[in-house]
Ligand binder design. Structure first.
Ligand code: XUL
Ligand code: MN
Length: 344
């Protein structure tokens, strides 16, 4: 099996199973108790939100934030793990109710930019250059409630401020078209990279593509990845799956559309993604109905499916691919791919 890829997930990917219609169904596992799972399950890096690293971050002084993050760095080192990225989690704070960077309230915008700069400081302490920016509530439920043109300038301004604050940091924008906002700003990777090119240092602004988010936008995740790869800007992925246009399901990778998963792996292989040193990130949820004693299997299953698909990509007969393409015999190519995926 291919072992040249390195994998990451976030502590929120091991969770209690609450959904909007019902309470938790599994016991809480503390952050410190999740860390030993990483290596055990075959993962090398932790994805962080700022308040995963430093809980109740809005109530803490800069010195307390530094102390909390330093403690987490020690815990990571103790487990032989690294941090992949830190993402500011503005959407859970009461201050971010209407989004932070694009709020109509200047005080709220200043708070959001402060959190973004603090995220860069936490990156320094945790030893990663990468901030992930998922824009969550930067959008509206009522289109008339914001000036959307101004909102896009405000997003560029926020990114410019953190680029200026920390000259080492890189930002990967994670686009998503909806949820929690009815309609979000920066719904696709095309929007994200167009915005990146308008910032003060485009070389430090790229993207993270999540399978489910691309599908919710009606797009093909592997083509989205190809677009970002062609720009040299695919700086991480959130592999998962999605069963049609509904809430963001974060299903295990390949569980809804195995061929779609195969094509995502194929495009990463075509780009030599493993050699870039970037992580293969998962953003997957255990099923709510899953018993607690097996509630990490969505992680190992997603990783296993990924590695098996790497093997499938590497063993697909390239001469047949070339011959079918040259002959324009696409039916033969399609059957060959399906047969290969079915093992025969
Ligand atoms: C939300 C989502 C987030 C980001 C990180 O849909 O995917 O967890 O990945 O903030
Ligand atoms: Mn994600």
């Amino acid at each position: 099996m291919a072992t040249d890829y390195r994998f990451s997930f976030g502590p929120w990917n091991i969770h209690e199973g609450a959904d909007p219609f019902g309470p938790t169904v599994r016991p809480t596992i503390q952050f410190a108790d999740k860390l030993p799972f990483y290596k055990e399950l075959g993962f090398d890096a932790v994805q962080f939100h700022d308040d995963d690293a430093v809980p109740n971050i809005d109530e803490k002084s800069p010195a307390e934030v530094e102390k909390g993050a330093t403690e987490v760095r020690r815990m990571l080192e103790g487990e032989g793990l690294v941090a992949e990225f830190v993402a500011p989690r503005l959407w859970e704070s009461p201050a971010g109710i209407d989004g932070g960077f694009t709020s109509n309230d200047p005080e709220c915008r200043a708070w959001a930019i402060g959190r973004l700069k603090q995220t860069a400081d936490i990156c320094d302490i945790l030893g990663t250059r990468l901030i992930v920016l998922w824009l969550a509530r930067e959008g509206t439920y009522v289109r008339e409630s914001k000036n959307a043109i101004e909102a896009h300038h405000q997003l560029v301004d926020a990114i410019n401020q953190v680029l200026e604050h920390n000259k080492n940091i890189e930002i990967a924008i994670e686009p998503k078209p909806n949820e929690p906002a009815d309609q979000a700003y920066i719904p696709t990777i095309g929007h994200a990279l167009a915005l990146a090119h308008r910032t003060a240092d485009p070389s430090r602004v790229g993207g993270l593509i999540e399978t489910a988010h691309a599908l919710l936008a009606g797009l093909d995740p592997s083509d989205d990845m190809a677009f970002a790869l062609a720009e040299g800007k695919l700086w991480s992925v959130h592999l998962n799956d999605q069963n049609g246009l509904k809430f963001d399901q974060d299903k295990s990778f390949g569980s809804a559309n195995l061929r779609g998963a195969y094509n995502q792996v194929r495009v990463l292989e075509l780009a030599g993604y493993a050699e870039t040193g970037r992580f293969v990130g998962l953003d997957v949820k255990a099923m709510r109905t899953q018993k607690a004693d097996a509630a990490n299997k969505h992680l190992t299953n997603s990783r296993e499916v990924f590695l098996k698909l790497v093997d499938k990509v590497r063993t697909f007969p390239k001469d047949l691919e070339q011959q079918c393409t040259a002959d324009r015999d696409y039916e033969a190519l399609e059957l060959a791919v399906l047969s290969h995926l079915m093992g025969g």
